[in-house]
Design a protein around this ligand. Structure first.
Ligand code: UDP
Length: 240
């Protein structure tokens, strides 16, 4: 294996990363770009697990605001992540990267059910594992899923690929020009300062299980690989 900083990574892709400019739906050329970046990391010999979001399809909270029962709306959101996972798998396989999709809600005709030991075995055999359907439970997010699965598979790091933002800022840099970027933070900093990175459940799980997080811009070509190789880009969140 080439000299890399992280040997087993959990990449969190938001649903938006798989959508086109309008931020909705599935955009195959956009997914192919992401798939190529992932292949570059896989080619280094790094074990890659991925949690995909579903915000490009549906968010349970939005459904609830429109009058739906929250759990029912969340299940729709989880199914959205499965569509994304299948699209990503298709693109990775077009690039000859072996992949398996595992879902937290059983759908045996299209994917394996989530089985921790099996997921680890796939990673050891250099297959990319895509985790879909979130945690399988309503009221959670795919960020929390990323923290949970990263803990379960003993990932060295969670790589949080953001759309157009190159790390964690004191405020939203698109709205506030005084916003400053942090190079390093602790998980507790994020919780205490209420920084908009991941939800508190995801942050506390990452903190309790001592899993570092790197937040970076995925719109710059080659960034996922750079982070894995240890380049100082984005914001690193580590420790209490
Ligand atoms: N979701 C859920 N439980 C989970 C993960 C996700 O109910 O464990 C639902 C929730 O409704 C959420 C939707 O799936 O709004 C899409 O996930 P998320 O918003 O995390 O996607 P992202 O913002 O990463 O695209």
């Amino acid at each position: 294996m080439t000299d890399v900083k992280y040997k087993r990574v959990l990449l969190k892709l938001s649903g938006e990363a798989l959508a086109g400019e309008q931020g909705r739906g599935i955009n195959p050329p956009e997914i192919m770009k992401v798939a190529k970046e992932i292949k570059d990391v896989h080619d280094l010999g790094v074990q890659v697990a991925i949690v995909v979001g579903g915000g490009n399809m549906w968010r349970g909270e939005a459904g609830a605001q429109m009058g739906m029962e929250r759990s029912q709306a969340d299940y729709i959101g989880m199914l959205g992540t499965v569509m994304n996972a299948l699209a990503l798998q298709d693109n990775l396989e077009q690039l000859d990267v072996p992949t398996r999709v595992q879902t937290s809600i059983e759908m045996r005709q299209i994917a394996e059910p989530y089985i921790r030991r099996k997921a680890i075995r796939h990673l050891e055999k250099n297959r990319i594992v895509i985790f879909a359907a979130g945690t399988g439970s309503p009221y959670f997010s795919t960020d929390t899923t990323a923290a949970l699965r990263a803990s379960e598979i003993n990932a060295d790091v969670i790589l949080m690929a953001k759309n157009g933002v190159d790390g964690i800022y004191s405020a939203d840099p698109r709205k506030d020009e005084t916003a400053t970027k942090f190079d390093k933070l602790t998980h507790m900093d994020i919780i205490n300062r209420g920084l908009n990175v991941m939800d508190t459940t995801a942050s506390s799980l990452s903190m309790e299980n001592d899993i570092p997080l790197v937040v970076f811009n995925m719109n710059e070509r080659g960034n996922i690989k750079k982070v894995v190789e240890g380049a100082p880009i984005g914001t690193t969140v580590e420790g209490k």
